[in-house]
Write a protein that binds this ligand. Structure first.
Ligand SMILES: *[C@@H]1O[C@H](CO)[C@@H](O)[C@H](O)[C@H]1NC(C)=O
Ligand SMILES: *[C@@H]1O[C@H](CO)[C@@H](O)[C@H](O)[C@H]1NC(C)=O
Ligand SMILES: *[C@@H]1O[C@H](CO)[C@@H](O)[C@H](O)[C@H]1NC(C)=O
Ligand SMILES: *[C@@H]1O[C@H](CO)[C@@H](O)[C@H](O)[C@H]1NC(C)=O
Ligand SMILES: *[C@@H]1O[C@H](CO)[C@@H](O)[C@H](O)[C@H]1NC(C)=O
Ligand SMILES: *[C@@H]1O[C@H](CO)[C@@H](O)[C@H](O)[C@H]1NC(C)=O
Ligand SMILES: *[C@@H]1O[C@H](CO)[C@@H](O)[C@H](O)[C@H]1NC(C)=O
Ligand SMILES: *[C@@H]1O[C@H](CO)[C@@H](O)[C@H](O)[C@H]1NC(C)=O
Length: 814
């Protein structure tokens, strides 16, 4: 919480009952510090929507996203970050660090190495808002930062008299060749003694992937005359040498963390004791880094750059309009606007900055990771910024053209680790079923896109740890991934047999949707059959299926018991016999941390068999009878949510919040949403339950609070009442406005049950709608009441499933 935000809030409190929130006032509701404590790892600094430059101080603890509330000391200010990631920190290259003067005015009494310079900040001085971050260090130096797309701009305000003993005001600003994970393998840096410019390059490792990347920077200063320049190595500095090059020294003593860098010292600043520092960035060259800086910020105009950032965020978030409704606690607006904001931080637009290939296609990076983001981020982006989403999808397809496979994760120009299936298939299909023609008009080549997803389904890469799928031979022939798979066709982690099986099934469904839409009915048939491979067919013959499956060896085992419930996915061997993993294993109740991406990662990735048994997003109509029918299904889903077995801080937890819709109980989904928000998603710095994963948690709250959660990969949004009286979205491409309005809105959230609905004035009984609502605009009116009603409960009101033939689905044609 910051004074800046507070004063804005106070003003808004006066007006919020009258006006809808849109335009510039919405940014007052964005608190970038939500999720900066307790492992949320949210990037809280200055960035543009999808911008490459991301400036923030770097905390010593919990600093994956740079600054962490309760992260202890800070060690510098760096210019590129990822947001919300778990594991090792990303980027954070070439940090700068200011000192007001050196004690006794002696150069080597200044501090240079990261460990020497770590410093506390006055925690109450932290201010964060879109495009801006500021903090005062205990050295009494105030640091402010803002950005353009490829350039960070800092404004340091120095104390009149430095706190350093016997020092006169002669600010020294250093730049370090390090990065956050200390991954540098080589680097070079130079300082220009006339201009003070510090520039250089480094080779670093990605944080969750393979290979390395090279990054370049170019730092210029404004506001004070140059006094002296030089370099440092270890904790010693000198002014004779003007450049340093570091290579791996061949001895195994962590050469990558050897402190090395350059510094420029200044006379006392001429104005307000301020020095401006402009850091241009580029993956291409130092020259490009300098020209990015000179082009984007020619005159060191801090206010101008900040205002442009505010405008960019206002334009991006301004597609949403909220009429909160009488009595709604303002914290809900803060949760909502901060959620959509966080979903706008990544993927990052590196177009023109990709040295790997020549292409006219857009290049986005930091898909970190698609396993997390496919579940709601990209659907939110399709609504919030469809052009950016189309460009991101074009970029994915271009990665396939250039590298042979779509990524499941990617950062810093490198291949990232695949966590389950080939889930780029899901986000590509999601756009296909929602904005196929519009995307084509904006450059997306659907024929190539289909070839890309087809590659995932058919060709196993030699290294399936970083693309495509492993076990494809077994998938095609056995129709499941055995725990003891025989796969001499490629290498990858032979774990996660259960979770890979259900993800491959859903990925194949998404490919089938695209094949169907493109008129390739043979492939549509083939992949829709493959999408049923999760099931145990003898049992499934009881289901209302329209198609007969041919193979009997799948993964659902009807007699597995857990907690009074029967029928779970279970481990199978190559020879068809069953193994055993306790269905609660890897839930928060048992060995929660035993299912990560390591050699003994077990059969279900970051979740339990309880969780994965619900993962049949495309055919809930088959799953429900297998779990005992609608009543038993509701009972099991309730138990899953209330027993501690489900962890909402991991993205697989999102869909089960809404799966009550498939048994005609949309009111139960609404209850569940309110069970988690605000209890698990709130306005505190610890206000998200897990890593934000590039805005995944943010997109969950944003979509949920708007009353329209997606079943990603399908043209389906589940309807629940928005948390506000009215929400609207204006489509940036078509210009059409879609509004969801609650009648009898109850700000205490007791009346959260839809009694009836109209769409554009006509009665509407389905408990879901499709994306045409956003493309074409319209008004959905929901009349609320205190109890569940018959609305949305009939067979024909339910969202589509592959095995049933609802009208409107198009699935029946297959
Ligand atoms: C700021 O918070 C940290 C905890 O992250 C604490 O250790 C430090 O003492 C605080 N700084 C000041 C100046 O109070
Ligand atoms: C930043 O890049 C985006 C494209 O990602 C572009 O639309 C926008 O105009 C750029 N902003 C500025 C201030 O140049
Ligand atoms: C300050 O500098 C003077 C002259 O260089 C020196 O005599 C004195 O000891 C210094 N004081 C401190 C506290 O270092
Ligand atoms: C299972 O059912 C029995 C009998 O209804 C009950 O006593 C027991 O508490 C249930 N166990 C769990 C874990 O719910
Ligand atoms: C099947 O394979 C498993 C694992 O190798 C083995 O324990 C089991 O005995 C085998 N069963 C048969 C019937 O071959
Ligand atoms: C489960 O966790 C316990 C302690 O946390 C550990 O000793 C045990 O090895 C774990 N079991 C498995 C199968 O990972
Ligand atoms: C806020 O959310 C966090 C993370 O989910 C949770 O631990 C905490 O209890 C919540 N705080 C409140 C006041 O609800
Ligand atoms: C709603 O349900 C409760 C019990 O669940 C009942 O007491 C009440 O009368 C119902 N209200 C209406 C309007 O039907």
């Amino acid at each position: 919480m910051t004074t800046r935000v507070l004063s804005g809030l106070a003003l808004l409190l006066l007006s919020q009952h009258i006006a809808a929130q849109s335009g510039s006032d919405i940014l007052q509701f964005v608190d970038p510090l939500i999720g900066t404590a307790n492992g949320g790892h949210v990037f809280a600094g200055a960035t543009l929507p999808f911008g490459m430059a991301k400036a923030v101080p770097d905390s010593v603890f919990d600093g994956q996203g740079g600054y962490a509330t309760k992260g202890g000391k800070i060690k510098g200010f760096s210019h590129m970050h990822d947001s919300g990631t778990g594991g090792a920190p990303s980027l954070g290259n070439f940090p700068i660090f200011p000192q007001a003067g050196c004690p006794d005015d002696e150069l080597n009494n200044c501090v240079f190495s990261q460990t020497d310079r770590e410093i506390y900040v006055y925690n109450s001085t932290v201010q964060a808002s879109p495009g801006y971050f500021s903090v005062k260090m205990v050295s009494d130096i105030k640091a402010e930062m803002t950005v353009t797309n490829h350039t960070a701009l800092y404004r340091f305000t120095f104390p009149e008299v430095p706190l350093e003993s016997n020092a006169t005001l002669a600010p020294l600003i250093l730049a370090d060749l390090n990065d956050l994970p200390a991954s540098r393998s080589k680097g070079s840096i130079a300082v220009d003694e006339d201009t003070g410019r510090i520039s250089g390059s480094g080779t670093f490792n990605p944080s969750f992937g393979i290979g390395s990347y090279e990054l370049h920077f170019c730092t210029d200063f404004s506001g004070a005359d140059i006094r002296d320049t030089g370099v440092f190595m270890n904790n010693r500095a000198g002014n004779q040498q003007k450049s340093v090059e570091v290579v791996e020294d061949g001895i195994n003593i962590s050469p990558q963390i050897l402190p090395a860098g350059a510094w420029t010292q200044f006379e006392a600043p001429s104005d307000d004791n301020q020095i401006l520092v402009r850091v241009g960035l580029s993956f291409i060259s130092v020259e490009k880094a300098c020209s990015n800086a000179e082009t984007e910020i020619p005159d060191f105009d801090f206010e101008g750059v900040y205002e442009a950032a505010v405008q960019a965020w206002t334009d991006t978030l301004g597609v949403f309009e909220i009429k909160p409704g009488d009595g709604v606690d303002p914290k809900f607006q803060k949760i909502f606007w901060s959620g959509v904001y966080r979903a706008g931080i990544s993927p990052q637009d590196y177009t023109g900055e990709n040295p790997l290939w020549e292409s006219d296609e857009p290049y986005y990076d930091s898909y970190y990771c698609i396993w997390d983001s496919f579940r709601s981020i990209h659907t939110l982006l399709t609504i919030m910024d469809p052009l950016a989403q189309i460009n991101m999808m074009r970029s994915l397809v271009e990665i396939w053209r250039q590298e042979g496979w779509l990524p499941d994760c990617r950062m810093s120009l490198c291949k990232g680790f695949t966590q389950g299936g080939s889930n780029a298939d899901v986000i590509l299909a999601d756009l296909f079923v929602k904005m196929r023609d519009i995307a084509a008009e904006h450059g997306l080549d659907w024929e190539d896109t289909y070839k890309a997803v087809w590659t995932d389904a058919e060709k196993e890469p030699l290294d399936w740890a970083v693309g495509g799928r492993g076990g494809l031979h077994s998938w095609k022939n056995l129709h499941y991934i055995p725990t003891d798979d025989y796969d001499p066709y490629g290498v990858g982690p032979f774990t996660r047999s259960i979770s890979r099986t259900v993800e491959y099934a859903y990925d194949d469904f998404c490919i089938a949707e695209m094949a169907n839409g493109l008129g390739n009915s043979a492939d549509a048939q083939k992949y829709s059959e493959r999408s049923e491979y999760w099931a145990y067919v003898e049992f499934a013959s009881n289901c209302p299926k329209t198609r007969k499956l041919t193979d009997h060896r799948n993964m659902f085992k009807p007699d597995v018991q857990s907690r009074n419930y029967t029928g779970f996915l279970q481990v199978r061997f190559l020879n068809g016999t069953w193994g055993y993993q306790d269905p609660i294993f890897c839930s928060p109740l048992l060995n929660f941390t035993s299912c990560y991406l390591n050699p003994d990662g077990h059969e279900t990735y970051e979740g339990s068999t309880w969780l994965y048994t619900f993962f049949v997003p495309h055919d809930m109509a088959s799953l429900i009878p297998m779990l005992g029918g609608p009543a038993a299904f509701v009972d099991r889903l309730d138990y899953f949510h209330t027993s501690g077995l489900l962890y909402i801080g991991d993205e697989q937890g999102f869909l089960p919040v809404y799966q009550y819709h498939y048994v005609g109980r949309p009111g139960k989904s609404a209850e569940r949403v309110h069970y988690y928000i605000p209890d698990q998603f709130n306005t505190s710095s610890r206000g998200i339950p897990g890593n934000d994963d590039s805005g995944a948690m943010g997109s969950f709250v944003a979509l949920s609070m708007m009353g329209m959660f997606p079943n990603p990969g399908q043209d389906v949004y589940f309807i629940t009442p928005p948390f506000f009286e009215e929400v609207s979205v204006t489509n940036k491409i078509t210009g059409k406005k879609a509004t969801i309005r609650n009648i009898n809105f109850d700000a205490s959230y007791k009346d959260i049950y839809i009694q009836s609905a109209t769409l554009n004035g006509k009665p509407y009984t389905k408990n879901w709608f499709s994306h045409s609502f956003f493309n074409d605009g319209g008004v959905l009116e929901l009349t609320l009441g205190a109890n569940e009603s018959s609305w949305g409960t009939r067979e024909q009101d339910l969202p589509p499933s592959l095995s049933t033939n609802h009208e409107m689905t198009g699935y029946s044609k297959w």
